[in-house]
Design a protein around this ligand. Structure first.
Ligand code: SAH
Ligand code: SF4
Ligand code: F3S
Length: 478
């Protein structure tokens, strides 16, 4: 297995720490991508804090500005170029160090553009070599050396990097990196490399550590979590890992057995995961969820399209009927289950009929949450080369129709919550009103309610009293 413990990284961390001693330096990170990207930002923050930088939320005030980029859709890219323009002044006036990392930096046409058009950027680093940041920073500070070339390798799993987490109740735990699926629209396999899984005991130890630090909910992350350990198995490696949880010996050799082991960890009340791929959703995973104490009865099951023809063009490897059957099978085994999904509208060649198939699946499965995306062409992907691209106007009209259907369904679902008693994990103060607390149901609905701060981090019962489209209002059951 390609696992590496940090070592020379720690030497560079020490070197930078020394240079920065007593300087009261600050860092600012802007995270532009998905939860994996956020989890990487937490590791970057962990390293920076070890190197004597303190976090600031004000970019103007920072000695080091870092953008952690995403390239899954075009608007994410445009945002970065706006931001790099913005920091030029900071660089000129204060000598601020500018670092850019993340998925976009694994794209050669982008790094070329940055080197040519934005020569004042100090450091660029990719997703595969996040651990090299201390070295890059040392070289930028000590030798005034500019950006290095990004190594385009699949990278190793690095264990032992420091981490500074954003939340005290919920934590993300990456269980695998990369993707082997090559859905035809998607850039992720090109920028995150091939699948590689962390060792089960490393994941378990991280979660035990989180539990000891008071965390109550964990979100397992990976591009295709239910192919955990699958590529190692395919290579002929022995993947029967003996692990110890609560002094009990267990075997972990798949995603399902990992879930079963994590379910045993005391103190973790809720376990979620994103994203599973419908084609790999095996019965053992369904049973693991059904029989577990802590795995939420809520599954994110990315649909992408409801048309069998489009799904084939997307290289998703399931049909409309197979998807619906899978959702039904899960629902039959676990009646309280709720689903959320991702959908792309306007994939090349999508006809009115194809789009109606998507609407049909949405009607039938009745998702509680739908993340909707307008298809965005990505350089280097198969779909980008397809000739039958859909006009922007048609894409937008379809998007609006899907949105309307989803919002109507949500309204009915929300109304069904009113009057019900639900268990929520209290996450903290409400963002918009600090007299209110906020939490989530197991089904991932946001519930705001009046309560005292001592409830934060606890699971409590509330009665839902009203619905407000994006959240529910509840009152504590005494
Ligand atoms: N690995 C995850 C998703 C990663 S990207 C999965 O397979 O579900 C998150 C979502 O972004 C995808 O589910 C997809 O709906 C969307 N997406 C990916 N590429 C896209 C593109 N080129 N245009 C629009 N949406 C895209
Ligand atoms: Fe992209 Fe498909 Fe891999 Fe998800 S499974 S990251 S959509 S290629
Ligand atoms: Fe995530 Fe965007 Fe990269 S969605 S994996 S940060 S391309």
């Amino acid at each position: 297995m390609q696992v590496k413990e940090v070592k020379e990284e720690l030497i560079y961390i020490e070197k930078v720490k020394k240079i920065n001693e007593n300087k009261k330096l600050k860092y600012y990170i802007l995270t532009m991508g998905c939860q994996l990207n956020e989890n990487d930002s937490e590791k970057i923050a962990g390293m920076l804090e070890e190197m004597n930088y303190e976090k600031t939320l004000d970019m103007q005030d920072a000695d080091l500005v870092l953008f952690n980029t995403c390239c899954v859709r075009e608007n994410a890219e445009e945002r970065l170029f706006g931001k790099i323009g913005e920091v030029k002044k900071l660089k000129e006036e204060n000598g601020t160090i500018i670092a850019i990392g993340g998925c976009m930096m694994q794209e050669e046409h982008i790094t070329k553009k940055i080197k040519q058009s934005y020569p004042y950027v100090d450091i660029i680093f990719g997703t595969h070599t996040l651990n090299k940041l201390p070295q890059d920073l040392y070289e930028a500070l000590d030798e005034n050396k500019k950006v290095r070339d990004i190594i385009n390798i699949d990278g190793q799993i690095i264990e032992g990097l420091p981490i500074s987490r954003d939340d005290k109740i919920k934590a993300s735990v990456t269980i695998m990196n990369g993707c082997n699926n090559f859905c035809s629209y998607c850039i992720v396999p090109y920028v995150r490399g091939r699948e590689r899984s962390r060792r089960p005991q490393d994941i378990i130890d991280e979660v035990i550590g989180l539990s000891k630090n008071g965390y109550k909910e964990i979100m397992l992350l990976g591009q295709n979590v239910n192919s955990y350990l699958v590529s190692q198995k395919a290579k002929g490696e022995d993947v029967n890992f003996k692990v110890i949880v609560n002094d009990k010996e267990m075997i972990v050799n798949s995603f399902a057995t990992l879930l079963i082991a994590l379910d045993e960890i005391e103190g973790i009340e809720r376990i979620r995961f994103i994203s599973p791929h419908p084609k790999d959703f095996t019965n053992d995973v369904i049973d693991a969820i059904k029989n577990s104490k802590h795995i939420c009865k809520q599954i994110h099951l990315p649909l992408q399209s409801g048309s069998t023809r489009v799904l084939k063009e997307m290289n998703r490897k399931y049909t409309k009927e197979e998807y619906i059957k899978l959702a039904e099978k899960i629902k039959n085994k676990i009646p309280e289950i709720v689903f959320s999904t991702d959908i792309i509208v306007g994939f090349p060649g999508e006809t009115e009929e194809d789009f109606e198939d998507t609407l049909d699946v949405v009607q039938k499965v009745n998702f509680e949450q739908v993340f909707m995306f307008i298809y965005s062409r990505r350089v280097g992907t198969v779909a980008d080369k397809m000739e039958n691209q859909i006009p922007e106007e048609v894409k937008h009209k379809r998007f609006d129709r899907l949105k309307e259907l989803v919002e109507n369904q949500m309204k009915v679902q929300n109304e069904n919550y009113v009057g019900k008693e639900v268990q929520i994990l209290v996450e903290g103060k409400s963002k918009n009103n600090d007299k209110m607390l906020t939490g989530r149901t197991e089904s991932n609905k946001v519930v705001n309610f009046e309560g005292t701060d001592d409830l934060i981090g606890k699971i409590i019962n509330v009665k839902i009293i009203s619905e407000h489209q994006w959240y529910l209002k509840g009152s504590i059951i005494k």
